[in-house]
Design a protein around this ligand. Structure first.
Ligand code: NOJ
Length: 751
């Protein structure tokens, strides 16, 4: 039977108590504290452990489903949170059980991997980062939150902010790419979008920054593999995006699967307590990744699951995702004095605080409104923004002139196009990895998009090949339609399952028989446009040498085909720029723009310099790269002074002109190199960018401000500061091109 003191009675009583003594208006924080303390006083140890437990509902899973009896656990108060339970109809009954059938009636948190949308699927996160547009990125997160919240979700396991420099790692698709500075801005934008300004607004959901920490650097690019790096690299390259997400207010943090310096993240006191709590002052709660506490047994740092719980708990981890072992062992460990009771209360408090802030104690059903759900799913504002985001994510990699003009954009005048490839008329795969609830039947395919955008064009379609194996039986049909067409568009790349979690690849070429198909079509001598859709950079060296136009569209989501067609036919001039380097081959990996110079920098005339015998050092397409249908010229870089001081700043300005025939957007990028440091510094680091729009013939002066903060790094003694000396500043269209200037940082003791 249900306990007579329900949380709602408690809620009223404690609010009254809070008002009755000391302070006539004790303030919302005080009211919350009084309420939660009273609730914790009511709780048994099992119920406390239950609040620190999260189970999948069994709807969708990404790992072993350990418990099918989660409903029993829920009713017994031993499962305070669920994930993968979405849609109002499904979740409302679970919430009702928690509220009406448990002793204290504490409402559930409902989590879900809302990674790039809930139903309306936006481009994969790596794609959206290519917009370099924080307004677009924030709006995607805001609208995703709104849509997911309408379907019962109040907690997303996103943003994933893991810096990743190895495209073999399939999860590179879920992050913002290789750069720490850009990744930090994207992390903050996503958190602000999900959480809005006020968690009590029922269109907001809790963000969960993941995977803490350094999950993006597994050895050999193999998922879940060992991570080992210096503290300097950890702090300088990998940690800042997590910190930026927390500074933006992220309510929760997820541990990573990997070990770091020999200790799995879920048991890593250095990460979870010393950095997260003591240094950064994080006040929310930490949830593990899926069964990550249990996995410390095979990691080999504990002998059994009970020891794993002790290690995780004492490292500073509040919540166990899907492992089921916090609820099992916390009571015993407490009894044996191996964990501390007041710490247990603190952990529970942090979880209850989030439920309180979301307004769930006031109304546990505030995310469960059927009418709201119906009017929000696939609403026009979501679909419109999905189109904007998809178009802005597309990166034009190559557009060679055919005769006097570039192959792209295509005219809409009557002609015959052969559209070939496994992504040409394919709804599911264009959604990309982790399209959690995205409905494939809503996806606009490229075939549909072209017909809609250029109705006078005749399109012949053939799939030609699949994503795996070597079945070439579709080649003849593809060749036949190519032969009778004026132009061929090849829609090729990866299936949705070929990137994301547990989808590392050792070969980054076009998977399956697609390369053979492409070569066969190319041999016909027709003008070929390659539209590459993938969750990672592919190795496109052959394509770059042989195919005149290459459009990298990533996996663009629900509006895929419409967005790509609008780019191909010039309704949208592409402006995306890569946030991840495209290697020439897998042997170059990891290759990223902010590498070190080495003591033997490349010199073609000297064998004993840092290089390969069989491939250039330079990647195929560098970080920051992306073309437009127009051209931009950079000129006249100016620094308003040659020196800055600790408090001072300098302005760098440059003139950018549109020298082509189309109106277009350009992402102007600023990089800095610290020429001499107490430790070696990268050859350049992004420190600013801006997206401008210019009409043909138009010019604009773009200015950036540099302060000493932009020059700070972890010096030899690990203090974070700028060192005096000479710096080079580069401004240009990508990390490999641009104009440069120089300045000095003068600090007091060096004056
Ligand atoms: C495992 C993934 O690593 C994580 O990112 C995700 O949030 C959880 N599964 C829950 O689905």
């Amino acid at each position: 039977m249900r306990h007579t003191v329900s949380y709602s009675a408690l809620f009223v009583l404690t609010l009254l108590a809070g008002c009755a003594f000391k302070n006539p208006d004790p303030g919302p924080q005080h009211k919350m504290n009084v309420f939660i303390d009273s609730l914790i006083n009511e709780m048994t140890v099992e119920e406390k452990a239950g609040q620190l437990t999260l189970y999948t509902s069994g709807w969708t899973v990404t790992g072993p489903q350990l418990r099918e009896d989660y409903i029993e656990e829920l009713k017994a108060g031993r499962a305070g949170n669920l994930f993968n339970a979405h849609t109002v109809d499904y979740a409302i009954e679970l919430q009702r059980m928690a509220v009406e059938e448990t002793r204290l009636g504490i409402p559930l948190l409902f989590g879900l991997d809302v990674i790039h949308g809930y139903k309306t699927t936006f481009p994969i996160p790596l794609a959206e980062a290519s917009t370099w547009d924080m307004d677009i990125i924030r709006k995607t997160a805001r609208l995703s939150a709104k849509e997911a919240a309408s379907a019962g979700i109040n907690w997303t396991f996103n943003p994933m902010v893991d810096v990743a420099r190895d495209p073999r790692w399939g999860r590179i698709a879920e992050g913002a790419g290789e750069d720490t500075y850009l990744g930090s801005l994207v992390a903050a934008a996503r958190v602000k979008g999900y959480q809005g300004d006020d968690l009590s607004d029922p269109t907001t959901i809790l963000a969960c920054v993941k995977h803490f920490a350094a999950y993006g650097a597994p050895q050999a690019g193999r998922d879940y593999h060992t991570v080992d790096m210096s503290d300097r690299v950890l702090r300088e390259t990998y940690l800042p995006p997590y910190k930026a997400a927390l500074d933006a207010g992220a309510a929760t943090v997820m541990t990573s699967f990997n070990e770091l310096d020999g200790v799995p993240a879920s048991g890593n006191h250095y990460l979870m307590t010393e950095i997260l709590r003591d240094e950064w002052g994080f006040k929310g709660f930490v949830v593990t990744d899926y069964t990550a506490i249990n996995e410390m047994v095979p990691h080999g740092v504990v002998a059994n699951e009970k020891e794993a719980v002790e290690l995780a708990f004492n490292a500073g981890v509040e919540m166990d995702m899907q492992g089921g072992i916090y609820s099992k062992y916390i009571p015993e460990l407490l009894e044996e004095g191996r964990i501390d009771g007041s710490r247990l209360d603190d952990y529970v408090r942090r979880v209850l605080e989030m439920k309180y802030k979301l307004g769930l104690f006031e109304d546990p059903y505030r995310y469960l409104n059927k009418a709201r759900e119906e009017e929000t799913l696939y609403a026009k504002e979501l679909m419109d923004h999905a189109l904007v985001s998809a178009k802005e994510s597309i990166v034009l990699l190559k557009n060679k002139k055919a005769g006097n003009s570039a192959l792209l954009p295509l005219s809409k005048s009557p002609k015959t196009i052969a559209l070939i490839g496994p992504l040409a008329d394919n709804q599911k795969d264009m959604l990309g990895t982790w399209h959690v609830a995205g409905d494939a039947s809503k996806v606009v395919t490229l075939l549909q998009g072209i017909r809609e955008t250029a109705p006078d064009v005749t399109v012949h379609y053939a799939k030609g090949a699949g994503f795996t194996g070597n079945d070439q039986s579709g080649f003849n049909e593809a060749v036949a339609i190519a032969r009778k067409s004026d132009i061929v568009i090849m829609a090729i790349g990866e299936g949705h399952h070929q990137s994301g979690e547990a989808a590392s690849r050792s070969d980054l070429g076009l998977p399956g028989p697609q390369q053979a198909l492409l070569e066969k079509i190319h041999a016909l001598g027709k003008p070929v446009i390659a539209v590459v859709m993938a969750g990672r950079p592919l190795t496109l060296e052959w394509m770059d040498e042989n195919i005149p136009a290459i459009v990298n569209a990533w996996h663009p989501g629900t509006q895929s085909g419409r967005a790509i067609a609008q780019v191909l036919f010039g309704d949208h001039n592409p402006a995306g720029k890569l946030t991840i380097t495209f290697p020439r081959n897998v042997g170059q990996v990891p290759v990223f723009y902010s590498m070190k110079n080495t003591g033997r920098p490349f010199d073609a005339d000297n064998k004993y310099t840092s290089k390969y015998l069989d491939v250039a050092n330079e990647p195929l397409y560098p970080f920051g790269y992306g073309l437009s249908y127009t051209t931009f010229a950079y000129s006249d870089i100016k620094l308003d002074r040659k020196e800055i001081t600790e408090q001072g700043s300098l302005q760098v300005s440059i003139n950018v002109s549109n020298t082509g025939e189309y109106e277009g957007q350009e992402i102007v990028q600023l990089y800095i190199c610290d020429k001499v440091g107490s430790v070696t510094r990268p050859v350049k680091e992004l420190r600013g960018f801006t997206k401008i729009n210019l009409k043909p013939g138009e010019s604009q002066t773009v200015s950036f401000t540099i302060t000493s903060e932009d020059l700070a790094f972890y010096t030899r003694d690990m203090s974070y500061r700028a060192e005096p000396g000479s710096f080079t500043v580069f401004v240009g269209p990508n990390s490999a091109e641009g104009l440069e200037g120089g300045f000095e940082l003068k600090l007091p003791d060096a004056l």
